[in-house]
Design a protein around this ligand. Structure first.
Ligand code: EPU
Length: 274
């Protein structure tokens, strides 16, 4: 197992925000993860960094899943380790017409992160439809196999360290192409540039992006970060933005939406402060 000290997390964040992590561990096996979990009271699990905003100095040890990146196929099943990138799974989906896996089309980050946050490109499709089981390790490193799930909107409702996920994806040659084109269209319309995807969850019956837009905040800038001109729920780091720039815009957007619509915006992005 590799570990690195004083790591600049900008390369581990899709928003490219600088922060210094005291130590990052890169386990390569279940044994490595168990050893880490048993030896630590407090830790942060980091996948592809597409949904986490880190403060300037992070003292809490980070466990990065990047080297848990193997995929095994068993008959009609795929066993995917949590650090496998969604882009790799997307390629497999396209090759095999695995229609349910199109839910992760174009998502940055890893399958572990997507499962944890029940991430999806489409509002009416979830990766959980093709998940057979998930192996997790608890805080003491004990192994559990979960087969029953109750995911919520942007919350997979899974506790523990996600080690691997067994998928049973369905092939659908008839409808695959149509859905793939729809996925491409949605992705094309989402803002480009370094971001953490959607900053806020959509409040019931509303689009966070539209609410922020209607407050006149699209294009609003603080330092190196701006609220995208094309979508109010994407904040883009285009000029060495900082954690504080990002937080400033989060606070401004929250306050404006609260004041104008009396609606509370809840973060989709996870903030790690120390
Ligand atoms: N809209 C505006 N102004 C904006 C942004 C959006 O008027 O600045 C309007 C759009 O024109 C549209 C409506 O708001 O009429 C909804 O916008 P959009 O289709 O962009 O969808 P969204 O609600 O912003 C949600 C998910 C996305 C998912 C798309 C699929 C959340 C927070 N966002 O976005 O998921 O891909 O639907 O259409 O649930 C994510 O969670 O990171 C994510 C990207």
């Amino acid at each position: 197992m590799i570990n690195k000290k004083n790591v600049d997390l900008s390369t581990y964040s899709t928003a490219g925000i600088h922060s210094n992590a005291k130590i990052v561990y890169f386990p390569e096996s279940m044994g490595d993860v168990q050893k880490l979990l048993k030896s630590m009271d407090n830790f942060i699990i980091l996948g592809g960094g597409s949904n986490t905003l880190f403060a300037e100095e992070i003292d809490t040890p980070i466990i990065n899943t990047a080297l848990l990146n193997k995929i095994d196929s068993e008959k009609d099943r795929l066993v995917v380790q949590s650090g496998v990138k969604n882009s790799i799974l997307q390629r497999i989906a396209i090759k095999n017409n695995y229609i349910d896996l199109l839910s992760i089309y174009g998502l940055p980050g890893t399958i572990g992160g997507a499962v944890k946050g029940n991430a999806t490109l489409f509002n009416d499709m979830s990766l959980f439809k093709s998940i057979v089981s998930i192996r997790i390790l608890d805080k003491k490193g004990r192994l559990y196999v979960i087969k029953n799930f109750s995911p919520h909107y942007r919350d997979g409702n899974i506790n523990g360290f996600i080690y691997d996920i067994t998928l049973s994806p369905k092939t659908n040659s008839e409808h695959f192409e149509g859905l793939l084109n729809k996925a491409k269209k949605i992705r094309k319309e989402q803002p480009k540039g370094s971001s953490l995807g959607s900053v806020f969850k959509n409040p019931k019956g509303h689009s966070a992006g539209q609410l922020i837009d209607e407050c006149g905040l699209k294009g609003k800038r603080k330092g190196g970060v701006k609220i995208s001109e094309s979508h109010g729920n994407f904040f883009i780091n285009d000029n060495n933005g900082t954690y504080k720039d990002f937080i400033y815009l989060i606070d401004i957007a929250k306050a404006a939406v609260q004041e104008r619509f009396n609606i509370q915006l809840d973060l989709e992005v996870k903030i790690v402060e120390k």
